[in-house]
Ligand binder design. Structure first.
Ligand code: RIB
Ligand code: CA
Length: 311
């Protein structure tokens, strides 16, 4: 029985690779893809999600538009990383598949209330606005969610948007606070892990050698996306963040982490959006999240290449 998931996303080149990985993996039953404002405004993230579904040969996938801005703060976007379309790199055609009429938050609630309790996993890859709105609008969904596995935050690695905060959490710290206080079993893929998953030249060549439409598009996505981080970190390749979430569902043993307390800074501007991780258990705060810190990067890229070759 395939694992039922909803992907919430702000494509974004790395989101796109995560969506491709999910759609290529028969172990996963993607019930729907919900778009959120983040890397670029919502009008672009929802369109990009549809472009990626068509690239994967899945024009039948249902894609929904969600929140146009964070719960409280003004939207902050990242065109400087992802380009003005949010999916710069490959030249993907305008999507012909339709966007669903229903609001993403209503889709998330309706799906969780319909599916058997405890059988649907949420996979947020962007700011957590849609997830928080669903939890606020219909608290009864919380105990029905099997698990939330999201990319966001950073602790030993610090932040990538401010010295203290990672982008997804920085954009909507209040939403992240709602999610981390929900009591739902949660796994976090922070920068501490994703900075160890670098798109080195030899790893990008895994996709270049495929000679397929998806392989070529993935090379173009990665080569555009990595340039900013290579510059910033002086590394060979950039961190491939979002596919870590999907890879965890497929091969959890690729990752190592610890179940600890995580709280979000929502007060001080200096540390706004910081994920304060009690890694050493110096407080009695509830251990509300499993925070990943290590990854078998070669195993991760081997999984990605093996799966994307199927599309
Ligand atoms: O900080 C990295 C995260 O922000 C990734 O999800 C990337 O897609 C951007 O949304
Ligand atoms: Ca993302």
């Amino acid at each position: 029985m395939a694992r039922k998931i909803i992907i919430d996303t702000d494509p974004g080149q790395d989101d796109a690779v995560a969506i491709l990985l999910a759609l290529a993996s028969p172990e996963l039953d993607v019930l729907g893809i919900t778009a959120v404002a983040g890397n670029v405004p919502l009008a672009l993230t929802e369109k990009n999600a549809r472009k990626v579904c068509e690239l994967a040969g899945r024009p039948d996938m249902i894609v929904f538009a969600g929140a146009v801005r964070p719960l409280v703060r003004k939207l902050v976007t990242a065109e400087y990383v992802h380009g003005k379309t949010g999916l710069d790199g490959p030249d993907l055609p305008e999507p012909t598949m339709q966007l669903q009429e229903q609001h993403a938050v209503d889709f998330i609630i309706e799906t969780l209330m319909r599916e058997e309790s405890g059988t649907v996993t949420l996979c947020p890859l962007g700011p957590l606005t849609n997830i928080a709105l669903a939890l606020i609008r219909e608290p009864r969904i919380a105990p029905r969610i099997q698990q939330i596995v999201f990319m966001g935050g950073g602790f030993f690695e610090g932040g990538n948007t401010t010295p203290a905060a990672e982008f997804n959490i920085y954009v909507d710290p209040h939403a992240a606070d709602v999610v981390l206080k929900s009591g739902i079993p949660t796994v976090i893929m922070p920068l501490d892990v994703t900075h160890k998953a670098l798109t080195t030249r030899s790893r990008v060549d895994l996709f270049r050698r495929m000679g397929t439409k998806v392989g070529d598009a993935t090379v173009a996505l990665l080569e555009f996306f990595e340039r900013f981080d290579e510059e910033k970190y002086g590394t060979d390749g950039g961190p491939l963040h979002d596919p870590c979430v999907i890879a965890y569902l497929l091969k959890p043993d690729l990752f190592k982490g610890r179940t600890v307390n995580v709280e979000i800074e929502t007060g001080a501007e200096l540390t706004m959006g910081m994920t304060v991780v009690d890694w050493w258990g110096v407080t009695q705060r509830p251990r509300n999240a499993t925070v990943m810190r290590d990854i078998d990067a070669d195993g991760f890229f081997a999984l990605l290449a093996e799966r994307l070759a199927r599309l």
